[in-house]
Design a protein around this ligand. Structure first.
Ligand SMILES: Nc1ncnc2c1ncn2[C@@H]1O[C@H](COP(=O)(O)OP(=O)(O)OP(=O)(O)O)[C@@H](O)[C@H]1O
Ligand SMILES: [Mg+2]
Length: 249
């Protein structure tokens, strides 16, 4: 095994515009296999757009993005396969409201991965156990708390056996008492070696679970360092200003 393994995510000279608004400005970054990278930055800095570009929910205007050494496919079956490899968890849980939690978790593997129903159910129950909600399997999303729904959404993403997980503010819509259970689930995933790109304002998670912190401002990656470097000695005025604001409220 001397051949270098490619990074799990690689973005090179990525630019993205919404009309005249330049939202991703020459983004260059890598997420190596097994790393947890937390993306921080003020509202509107491009964090969600970067996440969405990585599984091609947003097309980019120039540059290259690779996942596990493969350029992002533009469409069709290859794009569906990419989406299956890149799990995504959003602020809003996006569970199918008219399906049980168990059905939510088995649907993708059966439809996309062509796994048998029985195997999908076995795996789903293991995943629901991992996220701590086996007793919710037969319920519908509206019957669960926000924290339980978000853990179900994480189980659903994991059921596809993704190579990498993207989280976009997964705890921002939760009542405060439910934030920790979701962060604990994510910390468990990180410990198990999952490659993760996590947009969050949870500084405790960033300090504890992240290998790296990327700070974005105005569509640029302004800093990319270890959490301890970033939190104790931010280099740029923009990062200092951001930290000053979030750490004082
Ligand atoms: N579909 C869209 N059409 C036009 N402009 C958009 C669209 N999506 C995002 N933008 C703009 O692009 C910029 C970056 O948005 P993005 O959602 O990536 O920011 P963010 O860092 O995730 O912010 P937040 O912390 O508020 O979630 C913002 O100025 C936003 O208004
Ligand atoms: Mg966002």
């Amino acid at each position: 095994m001397t051949a270098a393994t490619p990074p799990m995510i690689k973005a090179a000279a990525v630019n993205k515009f919404f009309g005249d608004l330049h939202v991703l400005k020459d983004i260059n970054m890598e997420v190596p296999r097994g790393q947890v990278v937390v993306v921080l930055g003020p509202s509107g800095s491009g964090k969600s757009t970067l996440c969405r570009a990585i599984n091609r929910l947003e097309p980019i205007d120039s540059g290259d993005i690779e996942v596990d050494g493969q350029p992002l496919p533009a469409e069709g079956k290859a794009l569906a396969a990419l989406r299956a490899d890149v799990g995504m968890v959003f602020q809003q849980f996006n569970l199918f409201a008219h399906k049980t939690i168990l059905d939510n978790v088995t649907l993708g593997p059966v439809k996309v991965r062509k796994v048998s129903g029985e195997e999908a159910r076995t795996t789903a129950m293991e995943l629901l156990e991992r996220v701590g909600i086996t007793n919710q399997a037969e319920k519908y999303p509206a019957q669960l708390s926000g924290g339980q729904q978000q853990r179900a959404a994480i189980a659903r993403a994991l059921a596809m056996q993704p190579k990498v997980m993207l989280f976009d503010e997964p705890t921002s819509a939760l009542d405060p008492e439910m934030v920790q259970e979701v962060l604990d689930t994510m910390t468990g995933l990180a410990k198990d070696g999952m490659t993760m790109l996590v947009v969050t304002h949870e500084m405790g998670f960033a300090r504890k679970a992240a290998h790296r912190v990327m700070f974005m401002s105005d569509g640029e990656i302004v800093e990319d360092s270890t959490p301890s470097e970033f939190f104790t000695a931010p280099k740029s005025d923009r990062a200092k200003d951001f930290l000053g604001k979030i750490l004082t409220h």
